[in-house]
Design a binder for this molecule. Structure first.
Ligand SMILES: Cc1cc2nc3c(=O)[nH]c(=O)nc-3n(C[C@H](O)[C@H](O)[C@H](O)COP(=O)(O)OP(=O)(O)OC[C@H]3O[C@@H](n4cnc5c(N)ncnc54)[C@H](O)[C@@H]3O)c2cc1C
Length: 449
C-alpha cells in the first residue's frame, strides 16, 4: 500500500511505499551504502504519473529543505534549497519587483521539481523553459557532490535539467528572475469559434504578449467544435507587488466514491464558466487567478474519483498541428471521453539546452481524463499513435502508462540521459520505459568531465 501523502497528482498509481529524509539519503549516498536503483527525489508530487515514484526503493522527501539561501535584489539572482515552493519564492521576491521567468500552471511545485522536469509556462514563446534560467545547482550523487553550471560540470548540469531526478538529488539551485512592473496581469480573453480561427490568432498573440494560452471546449458539438477562449496578457504597469501565500481558499475535503467529472457536470461547469466570457477589452487579473487558477481549490484532483485521472500532453511540430490537433480532439470525442480541462498552447522556437526536455517548437495540447480503466488506456494509446505519427512527443512527467516505444520515439536521445544516470537512482517511469528498452545495463558513464 502506498502512502497517500507521497502520491502523484493523477492518483492513478499508488503512492511511494518508502520515504527517507534528506539526512538519511545523504548518509547512504556519501557512505557508498546506497543500493542500485534505490532512491529518487520527491518534490511536491505535482507530476501526474509515475516519474516521481520509485516503488523499487524509496523517495527522498525534499519538502523540508525549503530555505532561501541568498537573493540579490539588483541582479535578480535567487539561490534556494531545492524543496522551496515556487509560491514561497514568488512571495519573497515580489516586493522587489521580480517574478520567475517561467511558471507552470501551479505554484505548488518545488524548485528542484521545476528544474528536474524543465517545466514550461504560458510564455514559452518569449522565455523558453525553466531550465533556460538556471544559473547553478548543487547535485548530490553516489559518486560525489557537484556544483554544476553551464561552465562547470556542464554535461551533468544539462543532464540534470529535464533529467527527471535520475542524475542525483539537487540540493539547491540559483535561478535568474525576471523584472516585472507588478504581479498583476492585464488580460484579454478572445473567444474563437473553431480551431482554424485559433491558429490564425495564435502567432500574432504570441508576438504581442508575454503570456498566451487557449482553453478548448471539448464538449462542444456541431458547428461549435473546436471553440474556445484565447487568454493573453502582460504584467500590468501598476498593480500588486505583494503575494499572499499559495494557500487554497476552498477544498475538496474527502474522496467522493465516484468521479464527479461526468458529462452533465462538465456541461454545467462550461455553462457556469461561460464560453461567452470573452472580453475583448483588457481587464486586470491577479497573478494567482491568471497563472494558478486551480490552486484555489485544494485537492481538486479528488473530483476525479478514487481511480484518479490521466493527463495526456502532446507536442506536435507547427507544420503538422492544423491536422493533428483536430485529430487528437476527434479521437477523444469518438471514444466518448470528454476532457475536463483542455489546454492548447504554441511553443516558441527557443530550444532548451537540456539533454531531455519536453517543450520544443510546435503546438502542445493537454487533455485530462478520469481513469475508466481499459477504455481510457486505449484512448491514450490512440492519442500516442497520432502524436508520434505526426513527429511529435508525449510528455513523460504527465504520464503514467506510455509504452517504451512511444517514449523512445518522443525522446530519441534518451540513452544520453541513461548514460548520466546515477546508478543509485531510478523512477517507476524510467524502469517502465528506458528499462524495457535495455537501459539498465548501459549505465557506466562517469558524471563529471
Ligand atoms: C495543476 C497543475 C498544473 C501544471 N501545469 C504545468 C505547466 O503549465 N507546465 C509544466 O511544465 N508542468 C505543469 N505541471 C506539472 C508540474 O509543473 C511538474 O510536474 C513539476 O515538475 C512538479 O514539481 P514537484 O516539485 O511537485 O516535483 P515532483 O512531481 O515531486 O517530482 C518531479 C520530478 O522531479 C524530480 N525531483 C524533484 N525534486 C528534485 C530534486 N531536489 N532533485 C532532483 N530531482 C528532483 C523527481 O524525481 C521527479 O522526477 C502542472 C501540474 C499541476 C498539478
Amino acid at each position: 500500500m502506498g502512502r497517500p501523502d507521497y502520491q502523484s497528482f493523477g492518483r492513478a498509481n499508488p503512492g511511494a511505499r518508502q520515504v527517507v529524509e534528506i539526512g538519511e539519503a545523504t548518509e547512504l549516498l556519501t557512505s557508498g551504502a546506497a543500493h542500485a536503483s534505490s532512491l529518487l527525489a520527491y518534490g511536491n508530487g505535482r507530476s501526474y504519473g509515475d516519474s516521481c515514484q520509485n516503488s523499487a526503493g524509496a523517495v527522498i522527501d525534499l519538502r523540508p529543505c525549503n530555505r532561501i539561501l541568498s537573493f540579490n535584489a539588483e541582479t535578480g539572482l535567487i539561490d534556494a534549497e531545492a524543496g522551496t515552493l515556487l509560491a514561497d519564492i514568488i512571495a519573497y521576491i515580489a516586493p522587489h519587483g521580480f517574478f520567475p521567468a517561467v511558471v507552470p500552471g501551479t505554484q505548488l511545485v518545488t524548485l528542484g521539481g521545476a528544474i528536474a522536469n524543465d517545466v514550461h509556462g504560458k510564455n514559452h514563446h518569449r522565455r523558453g523553459s525553466f531550465g533556460c534560467h538556471v544559473e547553478r545547482l548543487v547535485l548530490l550523487r553516489s559518486d560525489g557532490r557537484y556544483v554544476c553550471s553551464p561552465s562547470e560540470n556542464s554535461r551533468l548540469f544539462w543532464a540534470t535539467i529535464g533529467g527527471m531526478g535520475l542524475t542525483g538529488v539537487i540540493l539547491s539551485a540559483a535561478i535568474r528572475l525576471m523584472r516585472v512592473p507588478s504581479l498583476d496581469i492585464a488580460e484579454t480573453v478572445k473567444p474563437f469559434g473553431c480551431l482554424g480561427e485559433y491558429f490564425e490568432l495564435a502567432e500574432a498573440a504570441d508576438a504581442d504578449n508575454e503570456y498566451a494560452v487557449a482553453w478548448i471546449d471539448q464538449l462542444a458539438s456541431g458547428k461549435h467544435v473546436g471553440r474556445g477562449l484565447l487568454l493573453v496578457g502582460n504584467h500590468a504597469p501598476l498593480g500588486a507587488r505583494k503575494a499572499s501565500s499559495g494557500a487554497a481558499r476552498l477544498s475538496v475535503p474527502f474522496q467522493p466514491p465516484l468521479t464527479l467529472l461526468n458529462r452533465p457536470f462538465l456541461k454545467l461547469f462550461n455553462a457556469a464558466y461561460g464560453w461567452r466570457r470573452g472580453r475583448l477589452a483588457e481587464s486586470r487579473s491577479s497573478h494567482q487567478k491568471f497563472f494558478f487558477p486551480l490552486d484555489g481549490v485544494a485537492h481538486w484532483n479528488r473530483l476525479y474519483g478514487p481511480n484518479g485521472l490521466y493527463q495526456h500532453q502532446s507536442v506536435v511540430p507547427e507544420a503538422a498541428a492544423r491536422e493533428t490537433i483536430p485529430a487528437l480532439l476527434a479521437a477523444a470525442q469518438r471514444a466518448g471521453q470528454g476532457s475536463f480541462l483542455t489546454v492548447l498552447k504554441r511553443f516558441g522556437a527557443q530550444r532548451s539546452p537540456a539533454l531531455l526536455s519536453f517543450a520544443r517548437p510546435g503546438y502542445t495540447l493537454t487533455l485530462d481524463f478520469p481513469n475508466h480503466g481499459r477504455r481510457t488506456l486505449e484512448l491514450l494509446a490512440e492519442l500516442d499513435r497520432i502524436t508520434v505519427g505526426a513527429g511529435g512527443a508525449v510528455n513523460p512527467y504527465k504520464d503514467a502508462r506510455m509504452s517504451a516505444e512511444t517514449f523512445a520515439a518522443s525522446f530519441p536521445d534518451w540513452q544520453r540521459l541513461e548514460a548520466m544516470r546515477d546508478p543509485a537512482f531510478m523512477s517507476d517511469f524510467w524502469a517502465r520505459t528506458a528499462g524495457r528498452l535495455g537501459g539498465r545495463d548501459g549505465n557506466t558513464a562517469q558524471a563529471a568531465e
